[in-house]
Write a protein of this length. Structure first.
Ligand code: CU
Length: 314
């Protein structure tokens, strides 16, 4: 077995051999659940959160269509809650693979990534409203087995954006389910994470060079509200519903993304001048509570951002 990546206790490895097919690649993924305080804005405010691997969103799992994902969930000793893992990229049994496990236990299962696209994964333990909105979600990208094509071109940069709810720290599961005590909206775990325009404490932005094709893997992890995914001062050049290359649409302004759904959306900025976009959830109650992300298109864009697996800027 060859280890390909180890990050903060999260193990993602590659191996050959499988009961599914002699040729299928097996991707081993282990994710521990860590209940801890997390900083949820650029000012350093902390909330009690529950996480996959210690981050919100959890680690990006990236496989290719046809791969076998050999997954293990570790519910760490010392945690207080039961937790589970629901991969939307899996076709399995909700009562078997997706069952909850108590602290100190682990649970393993395998599935084949049959459909290409961008999928959410999330905790399904009770109360699901609380487990998801305290941060238990992430993204699995299933790249198409045919690779890039004329209709699914290679991007110059790739960014993952996950939008989630932030309820008041003492909100009950019932209040969360009813969307009461909603305090803000998180982008990759923080309000206004990449928006120094609306938040003087923000220090990060997304970057690209003028004319580059920037690909967004966008997932709506909010528990009740759709998102209206829009790039201010831009038009989505191409959008693939659920991220499947077969579901292409052209020249869209605003994309309706249901809770627990995802899209791939490409933006191409003018090549002849530096420009800026604000990537927003155009529902004002979401945008103005945290769902605004600045993309700067400039000649001296950081070459490391949005490249070589650096998809979630932290
Ligand atoms: Cu959970």
């Amino acid at each position: 077995m060859k280890l390909s990546k180890i990050t903060s206790g999260v193990l993602i490895s590659l191996a050959l051999l499988s009961s599914y097919s002699a040729l299928a690649k097996v991707i081993t993924v282990e994710i521990p659940v860590i209940e801890k305080e997390m900083v949820i804005d650029n000012a350093g405010t902390k909330h009690d959160m529950w996480t996959y691997g210690g981050t919100i969103p959890g680690p990006v799992v990236r496989v290719t269509e046809g791969d076998i994902v050999d997954f293990t969930l570790l519910n760490k000793k010392g945690n207080k809650q039961s937790h589970s893992m629901d991969f939307h990229a899996a076709i399995v049994d909700v009562l078997d693979e997706f069952e909850g496990i108590r602290p100190g236990k682990s649970k393993s299962f395998k599935f084949e990534a049959k459909y290409p696209g961008v999928f959410i994964y999330h905790c399904g333990a009770s109360s699901m409203s609380e487990h998801i909105s305290r941060g238990m979600y992430g993204v699995i990208i299933v790249d198409p087995k045919e690779g890039y094509t004329k209709d699914f071109p290679k991007p110059d940069r790739e960014y993952v954006i996950v939008e989630g709810d932030l309820f008041e720290n003492d909100a009950t599961p019932t209040e969360m389910t009813n969307n009461e005590k909603l305090e803000g909206v998180l982008i990759n775990g923080k309000q206004f994470h990449y928006d120094p325009v609306h938040d003087q404490n923000a220090s990060l932005v997304l970057e690209s060079k003028p004319g580059e094709r920037v690909r967004f893997y966008y997932v709506n992890a909010k528990i009740n509200e759709n998102a209206a995914f829009h790039a201010i001062a831009g038009i989505w050049d191409r959008v693939w519903d659920n991220g499947n290359p077969k579901n292409v649409r052209y020249g869209l302004q605003t994309i309706d993304v249901a809770p627990a759904h995802g899209v791939i959306a490409d933006l191409v900025s003018p090549a002849n001048r530096p420009t800026n976009n604000a990537i927003v959830d155009h529902r004002m109650k979401s945008a103005l509570k945290g769902a605004i992300t600045i993309l700067m298109n400039k000649e001296d864009a950081d070459p490391k951002l949005g490249r070589n697996g650096n998809l979630v800027i932290r």
